[in-house]
Every structure is written in structure tokens, then in C-alpha cells.
Unconditional design. Structure first.
Length: 292
């Protein structure tokens, strides 16, 4: 097997909170337990949502906890040429097509077909602009979508924590966006291209991202990329029972008291309390516990 290469990939839209630290610590511990490389990548592809200077602040938060990238930090915003090359490959293969539908168009098409959408669930794209259905039909192109082949839509994979997983991407997601109508690159394409380019072999991240995995596997297979191992960590929930997130106002963890913050993160991962009073000693203790 190739040398273990893992990564933590935060978005600089706000400071890291307790839930973010759980994912960062888990990915770092998994890399160290395997004697591997741990990278930090700033997923700043959604530039309008990014906060100036937040990337540096996140790196300071991580460093306070002893979590430092083994290689220079990569910024997604500087990698557009790589994403374009992969989109061009998908287009040439017939795996991507232009879409002229607005959100209103999609909702109207679903309503006309009698399809109801569950609350808080994204609309499943009905395939209006697929080439075999007439393509754009005079509409200006707004975005690029991945064309899911029916015989490949049912994706099976194994998560090293959650076990065997299955999703029918065609019926649960539909043809998903690769490049948005505003010209920005979609997360699914960017993360797959970056992971392959950086040689990532193991992805450890929050459980809220588990349902992204089948879309990323479809892209990896279409682009001829190796498939990493996946492990999705437990979520940290707020007092309202919902997962902590920047969107719902989760507060930053206290990087001025990193050991206390790390102890809480380790507890969420089911690790024992670390003896001693130093961050380095605690991290060594948890690497041993993670390896056990």
C-alpha cells in the first residue's frame, strides 16, 4: 500500500469549533498511528463565503493544539486550472453536460412530476438538460453537471467506522453540479481533484460528510483515480440536538486553553483522558490509544 497520506480540509468561513476539532484530531491521530503524512488544505473554493485572514487564524488554532501540516498548506482558490482539466476530461468522456436550469426550474419540474421534497433535503435534479432529453433546448448554460450512468448509480463502499454503506446516487441526489452557475467550482469536483493530486490515501472527516462519499467515488472512478479509505467521525451536537456548525452559530473552541479543548475532542472520539498537563504528552497518549 502507498504511504499513508491523510488530510484535514477546513473552509475558512469562520473559526474552528469543537466539532471541527474532533475531525482535525481524528485525522491527525489516524495519520500518526499509521506512521503517515498529515496535510492541511484550505477549501476556499467558495470565495464569497470566505472570511479574509480566517485561513491564518485556523492554522493558529490548529498549531495551538499541536496539529501542524507536514507539508505546505494548499489553497483551493489557486487550483482552478486543475479543476478545469478534470472537467474537460469528463466532458470529453461524455460524463458531464451543461445545464440551463435555475432552482425555480428544478422545483417546477419536480412539482409537475408529482415529486415531493423532504424538508431540509436538497432537490433531486430531474435530468431536464441531459443530452438524451434534448439538452439545453435553447436555454443559456448555467452550470455543468455530472451525468450519472444508471448502471453505475448504486454505489457500495465500506467506512472503517460506520461499516458497509450503499447509496443510489441517481435517485437520492441526481446529476450533481461540477461547476456552478456563478462560475465557482463545486465542492465535489474540487475535493476529488485535490485528494488525487495530493496523493491522499485515507480520508477521516465528520459523519455529516458521509453522504458525499458516493458522489466522490463516482468522480474518482470516472477520472481513473485511486479510491481512498474513508472513516467518518462522530458528530458533536449542540444543546438543541443539532450538529455544531458555523451556520448555526457554533462558537470557536478556546485555543488559549488547547489541552482542555483537546480533552473534550478526545472524549467525543471515545478516547481515554490523557494524563499530564502538556499538549504533546496528551497527543502521544492518544496516538497509542488510537493504535490499540
Amino acid at each position: 500500500m502507498a504511504t499513508y497520506r491523510g488530510r484535514f480540509a477546513p473552509s475558512p468561513t469562520g473559526p474552528l469549533h469543537a466539532g471541527s476539532l474532533v475531525a482535525a484530531l481524528a485525522s491527525w491521530l489516524d495519520a500518526r498511528a499509521h506512521g503517515g503524512i498529515w496535510l492541511v488544505r484550505m477549501e476556499d473554493v467558495d470565495t464569497p463565503r470566505c472570511v479574509p485572514g480566517m485561513g491564518a487564524h485556523i492554522l493558529w488554532q490548529l498549531a495551538a493544539c499541536g496539529l501542524v501540516s507536514d507539508e505546505p498548506v494548499v489553497q483551493q482558490s489557486s487550483r482552478g486550472a486543475l479543476y478545469q482539466a478534470s472537467l474537460d476530461q469528463l466532458i470529453a468522456q461524455g460524463n458531464a453536460y451543461p445545464c440551463g436550469c435555475s432552482r425555480r426550474d428544478i422545483e417546477a419540474a419536480l412539482q409537475a412530476a408529482g415529486v415531493t421534497r423532504e424538508r431540509h433535503h436538497a432537490a433531486v435534479y430531474p435530468g431536464t438538460c441531459r443530452p438524451e432529453r434534448g439538452g439545453l433546448q435553447g436555454k443559456p448554460p448555467r452550470a455543468w453537471r455530472f451525468a450519472i450512468e444508471p448502471h453505475r448509480a448504486l454505489v457500495h463502499w465500506s467506512d472503517t467506522r460506520l461499516g458497509p454503506q450503499t447509496q443510489n446516487v441517481a435517485t437520492e441526489v441526481g446529476d450533481f453540479i461540477l461547476r456552478r452557475a456563478d462560475g465557482l467550482w463545486a465542492y465535489q469536483l474540487a475535493v476529488v481533484v485535490d485528494d488525487a493530486d495530493q496523493g491522499i490515501t485515507h480520508i477521516v472527516r465528520g459523519e455529516d460528510l458521509a453522504d458525499n462519499t458516493p458522489r466522490q467515488l463516482l468522480l474518482q472512478r470516472a477520472l481513473g483515480q485511486p479510491e481512498p479509505y474513508y472513516r467518518h467521525t462522530p458528530l458533536v451536537l449542540g444543546d438543541n440536538g443539532e450538529k455544531l456548525s458555523k451556520q448555526n452559530g457554533a462558537q470557536p473552541f478556546d485555543a488559549d486553553h488547547p489541552l482542555a479543548a483537546l480533552q473534550q475532542a478526545a472524549q467525543a472520539l471515545g478516547l481515554p483522558p490523557a494524563p499530564g498537563s502538556g499538549v504533546s504528552e496528551a497527543l502521544r497518549h492518544w496516538v497509542s490509544a488510537w493504535s490499540a
